[in-house]
Design a protein around this ligand. Structure first.
Ligand SMILES: CC(C)(COP(=O)(O)OP(=O)(O)OC[C@H]1O[C@@H](n2cnc3c(N)ncnc32)[C@H](O)[C@@H]1OP(=O)(O)O)[C@@H](O)C(=O)NCCC(=O)NCCS
Length: 193
């Protein structure tokens, strides 16, 4: 999987088309209640220092299948707000969004030097499980501040510190390495002679 900067016109169009789908934008808010993002605005956002927006690919490293992003990147306070969406539905529920999110968080903590990243999700949004899987901690509930189809919902707020992400990141890395070593051993044992 690769995370690609949002600088190719066809990727901006594709990402904006995902953001234009109600099943995605109903859960988001890009500030002051703005949910619809045009390709032109997305291009501007992607160039701003206050945003880090990446499209992620599957194993086919040329074709984007989703977006992960940071809004309100504040290098002074070392903070940002995380968001994401899975664009190509055929790749949902296969772990891609979790991996892409984890990679973006590693970039944010290691390369940008951020210290604390927050995120939020509307209550009942299944993405809460992904947020928790990434190690985010629930820190509070903002009541009845999000509207979908005229109904009010709470937003659940989470945050993650650099040290917490790094611990989880390394744990995952060790697990994967151990898995690889065990697979190599089994392969050797299975070989005749
Ligand atoms: C939230 C969203 C980004 C998740 O995308 P996704 O690619 O389906 O996410 P993942 O595949 O990483 O995880 C989803 C499920 O796949 C499962 N999964 C299957 N194979 C997996 C693997 N190899 N590794 C990890 N998870 C795997 C996970 O367990 C998870 O199930 P669970 O959430 O019931 O526990 C997507 O549903 C979406 O675009 N929603 C609309 C926008 C939105 O709500 N964004 C969040 C607001 S910030």
């Amino acid at each position: 999987m690769k995370l690609l900067s949002l600088n190719r016109p066809e990727h901006i169009e594709l990402a904006a088309s995902w953001l234009g789908q109600k099943e995605n934008y109903q859960w988001l808010d890009f500030g002051s209640g703005r949910q619809l993002i045009t390709p032109a605005l997305l291009k501007v956002m992607a160039q701003r220092e206050t945003h880090v927006i990446r499209v992620y690919t599957s194993e086919d490293e040329d074709i984007p299948i989703g977006i992960v992003g940071l809004n309100d990147v504040e290098l002074g306070f070392k903070t940002a707000t995380f968001w994401g969406l899975s664009g190509d539905k055929s790749f949902r529920n296969r772990g891609y969004s979790t991996i892409a999110s984890s990679k973006l968080l590693t970039f944010a903590f290691r390369e940008l030097g951020l210290h604390a990243i927050n995120t939020w999700a509307v209550e009942h949004n299944p993405s809460i499980r992904t947020i928790e899987r990434l190690g985010f901690r629930f820190v509070g509930r903002q009541r009845q501040c999000h509207q979908i189809d005229g109904r009010l919902y709470d937003r659940l707020i989470f945050d993650l510190l650099a040290s917490e992400h790094m611990a989880l990141d390394e744990e995952r890395w060790f697990r994967r390495e151990r898995g690889n070593r065990e697979a190599a051993c089994e392969e050797r044992e299975a070989q005749p002679g």
